[in-house]
Ligand binder design. Structure first.
Ligand code: SF4
Length: 174
């Protein structure tokens, strides 16, 4: 499901909706880049102009998840981050998006409230501050790791005191 959502060749019309998969996005105000699973553009006289398309369109991000709804806000934050990127790129306002869960086959509407937007900004501010300081926080195994797409990069099960120590040990051990 996720592979299909990321097939960059897939752009299709469904009724009055233009479905764009694997759309690359960025927001300078967040210093963030990424890829949206799906952005749906619906014909809307109050929408934006799209190059090479007639009429006006309203964008809406849709993110696909294999599992079911989580008990935290991580999926909503990711989707809201995508909306902020799209807003900056397309000079528009996006009020809602959707999360689609493969396990439950449910589509959940997410409102991009001022509170959710602020949480996204705060998370990126903190992340960028850490990045600029060159500081990599230590990670700890937690219940989210099993289903985390970063697991193979993050390797949280490897107990290391620091990144420096990880590199020194890796070089020593060949
Ligand atoms: S694998 Fe790393 S990034 Fe993913 S949840 Fe675990 S600690 Fe966080």
């Amino acid at each position: 499901m996720h592979t299909r959502a990321h097939d960059e060749a897939l752009t299709e019309m469904r009724g009055d909706k233009l479905i764009v998969r694997g759309m690359r996005v960025k927001a300078d105000r967040l210093a963030a880049t990424g890829i949206c699973d799906v952005v749906e553009f619906t014909k809307d006289p109050k929408g934006i102009i799209l190059h090479g398309r007639e009429g006006k369109w309203s964008p809406r991000p849709v993110e696909y998840k294999r599992g079911k709804e989580k008990n935290d806000h991580s999926d909503e934050l990711q989707l809201c981050g995508q909306a902020i990127c799209l807003e900056e790129m397309l000079c528009c306002r996006i009020e809602t998006g959707d999360l689609f869960y493969g396990e439950t086959h449910r589509r959940t509407l997410v409102e991009f409230t001022p509170e959710l937007r602020q949480m996204v900004v705060n998370a990126f501010t903190e992340m960028n501050e850490l990045f600029n300081k060159g500081y990599t926080p230590k990670v700890h195994m937690n219940k989210l790791c099993q289903s985390c797409s970063l697991k193979d990069i993050c390797v949280p099960e490897v107990e290391q005191k620091s990144v420096k120590e990880y590199f020194i040990n890796s070089l020593k051990n060949g």
